[in-house]
Design a protein around this ligand. Sequence first.
Ligand code: PLP
Length: 609
Amino acid sequence: MNNYGLNIWSDKNFIIKDNEVTLNHKSMPSLLKITTEIRAKDVRGPILLRFPHLIKKQIKNLYSQFNYAIKENSYKGTFNAVFPLKVNQFPHLVNAVTREGKEFKYGLEAGSKAELILAMSKTNDGAHITVNGFKDKEMISLAFIAAQSGHNITITIEGLRELKTIIEVALSSNLTVPNIGIRVRLHSTGSGTWAKSAGMDAKFGLTATEILEATKLLERASLLHKFTMVHFHIGSQMTDIAPIKRALREAGNIYAELKMLGANALSKINIGGGLAVSYEQHSDASTHNYSLEEFSSSVVFLLAEIMNAKSVQHPDIFTESGRYIVASHAVLITPVLELFTQDYYEGLLNFKETNPPLITELRELYKHLNPKNCIEYLHDALDHIESLLTLFDLGYIDLQDRSNAEILVHNIIKKSITLTSSINTQELKQLQVNLQERYLINASIFQSLPDYWGLKQHFPVMPLHHLNSKAMRGASIWDITCDSDGEIGFNPDKPLFLHDIDLDKEDYFLGFFNVGAYQEVLGMSHNLFTHPNEYTITIDENGFEIINCVESKSILDILASLGYTKDELLNKLKLDLTNSTFITEKEKSDTLSKLETFVEQNGYLRTTN
Ligand SMILES: Cc1ncc(COP(=O)(O)O)c(C=O)c1O
């Protein structure tokens, strides 16, 4: 039985029970049961499920591992964390993060004006707000307003010009000045796909010379007492611990040097985000090489070592890990709408009274295939199909013969693979590519898995059910966009196998996991497919509850969000239909009401026929 790498990526959040993917929490509902209950309300497109208990688990893990490391290393500073809003700003996610993080005083990080407004409205009392990214005078003033309103806010400067604006705003108003942080430009770089956030050519941060200049500017403006934080971030999804340690040494030493130079108010070091998530589902695929335990103890140990060596007080530690906190909380579930190689179904064979000799031979091979002869027969079949295709090109066999040949060879390959395990690996891979089935899913990869489209970031995928039977079909996944990039191709080195399903008889659902970070907010409305219906699922000992339903935008709302006027569009459609001829008034009014219902539905497919 294939467990689709659950042991690699799921962190025991999901298990297989009664042949279905099941939440490993309290009453342990299966994803299929939840999906079936939602679909009973006439929902047909993709659905996104949020599981707040998984957010709680991650927040708890983060705090408890760091607090444990602090205790173990007799570290004198405290541990603090903020959630970077850029990772997911959807309301039911942000509400869950702030609710589950309340007991820890878990704060929020903002990287834009809109995110800052959100952070100011949603941060728990007493929790921190950090502000990163490029800022103008308005955004800086907003941080002053936040400080004046009682928020514990630190505004991190990305360049000297920003600092000059902060000083200008401070000198021209009586508003409370926020705490000031400096993002340092490290020469240490990160690792992995998102490693561009550090290094001397990085987009963000101040060089050593600029840091010194900044402290002078602060001192001259009598604001040095507001300079409280040194910040760095070397990139998201850091796969290797070594660069993290190098960056920590560098930033830790900058911190200690600044303290020794008289930056007395400095008391916090913010190590940014970047804690990695397991996305791989094949045992030989490389994922990150460290655990949270190793990460937290390395951070605490190294900072203590640097500060002790320079006799500097241990700083409070801040992290801004986002992916780690929310990736696991969301699962995208998509119905499969069609399997395209059903065309090779045996029942479609249509032999003539007299068939070309090679076809007769293929029939015999197929009939007598057994574990002993299957490799030899398979090779004969592959040889015959080459000859038959040439005969077709030369006009010696017709389309029906060709169809029979393709169906026979397809089934000979399929059966041979199941009969023997001794096919040469390279050959097996090629056969799997030839045999691959295309599973059409009712979803958009551009909308729901944009990092797959843009960066080929793999997301764990598996069927929700049938897990007692071995999936044999090498699978590629096609989405319903009108774009050939909307495909997750079959990769023989990291193959995905799915089941042979007769969709006329039963539904088949795929789950895409760890999609809670970045995917929803980066998702694009290509072909005007929008965010799927979403639901929050709470689970207790007695069962589960489906709450916070947010429906995917209706077709009219999608168009309105682009700037079209709904009434204008609808009136034109109605007018054209009303002016049309050859149908009765009754048919017209029935069609009109159908049209009205249709434009109020979302754009995903409801049926394929
Ligand atoms: C400054 C900063 N902090 C935190 C993060 C969050 O990173 P992650 O989601 O990988 O933890 C980012 C994202 O790249 C960032 O730019």
